[in-house]
Design a protein around this ligand. Structure first.
Ligand code: NAP
Length: 264
């Protein structure tokens, strides 16, 4: 049994992660850390029976009193900067999906992990389906180089295109030469109708209520098209990736990033 602690246990991701850890074979939820809910039974917070795990808001106390093998952190950048080094210095492995840190900051934490003979894993997207979509799209581009990407997100999203779309385009670009798609003479009757452009590929961003995160990569060939589509319908989509990382993170020293690097 891998003894797991969750940081940000009261948050949207944190609660879902606690539920998944409780349900996952080989993992045991032994600690819950958050800024709020001091002393509350985690089971009451997540609506599942959990024996003897109370939310702790004092991280030092928690680390001194509970034996933890892997800590999962889904909080905010400022909290992660302070808390993750403390966890690593105790020799506890960390899985984190918290956003907002620079690659350099994560590399610095990776060094702390190495110095303390432990490990850290980070992924910006823990949805296994999204990783596979990118992998399959990169492979398809070798044979069907004409591609366009449509990404669809909720209407609260500020940036466009999504990070996943940019990563997808970059991976496709590694497997095809830059080239113009569509007619030289084509023109837009409404500006932006042909979308953004990345090395000749077009990318289109849809923003509508109802979506969480979806993406289609469409390849066109002679007399045929191929569409690779992924939909994140709820936060559950991130759970298998996080559980996989929790099981594997003790298998190396220092920092490892991106889900595809731990998928067999
Ligand atoms: P959230 O609901 O706001 O949860 C964050 C939790 O962290 C809250 O319980 C919050 O407590 C707690 N927290 C904040 N500051 C803290 C501190 N100093 N010490 C201890 N706990 C603290 O946010 P979320 O939607 O769950 O997202 C959490 C993180 O995951 C974000 O960085 C988000 O971008 C990231 N994320 C990553 C992925 C991925 O695939 N990599 C997917 C989804 C989300 P309070 O409520 O008291 O502030």
């Amino acid at each position: 049994m891998i003894r797991v602690g969750v940081m940000g246990a009261g948050g949207r991701m944190g609660r879902e992660i606690c539920r998944s850890v409780v349900a996952e074979e080989g993992l045991e939820l032994v600690a819950a850390f958050d800024r709020s809910y001091q002393g509350m039974e985690i089971g009451a917070l997540i609506g599942m029976p959990v024996e003897g795990v109370l939310v702790e808001t004092d991280l030092d106390k928690l680390l001194d009193t509970v034996e933890i093998d892997v800590m999962i952190d889904f909080t905010v950048a400022d909290a992660m900067r302070v808390n993750v080094p403390k966890v690593l210095k105790k020799g506890i492995a960390v899985v984190t999906g918290t956003t907002g840190l620079s690659p350099e900051e994560r590399a610095e934490m990776g060094k702390i992990a190495e110095e303390n003979n432990t490990s850290m894993f980070h992924a910006a997207n823990f949805a296994i389906g999204a990783v596979l979509m990118m992998k399959f799209a990169a492979e398809a581009a070798k044979y069907m180089p004409y591609a366009e990407v449509i990404e669809l997100h909720h209407d609260k999203k500020l940036d466009a295109p999504s990070g996943t779309a940019v990563t997808t385009l970059a991976k496709i670009a590694e497997n095809r030469a830059p080239m113009r798609q569509g007619m030289e003479e084509e023109y837009e009757k409404i500006p932006g109708a042909r979308g953004g452009e990345y090395e000749g590929m077009r990318v289109h961003s849809v923003r509508l209520p109802g979506f969480v995160a979806s993406q289609e990569v469409i390849f066109g060939g002679l007399g045929q098209t191929l569409t690779i589509r992924h939909d994140s319908i709820s936060r559950e989509s991130f759970m298998p990736g996080i559980m996989l990382a929790a099981k594997k993170v003790q298998g190396w020293k220092g920092l490892l990033e991106d889900l595809e690097n731990i998928m067999d």
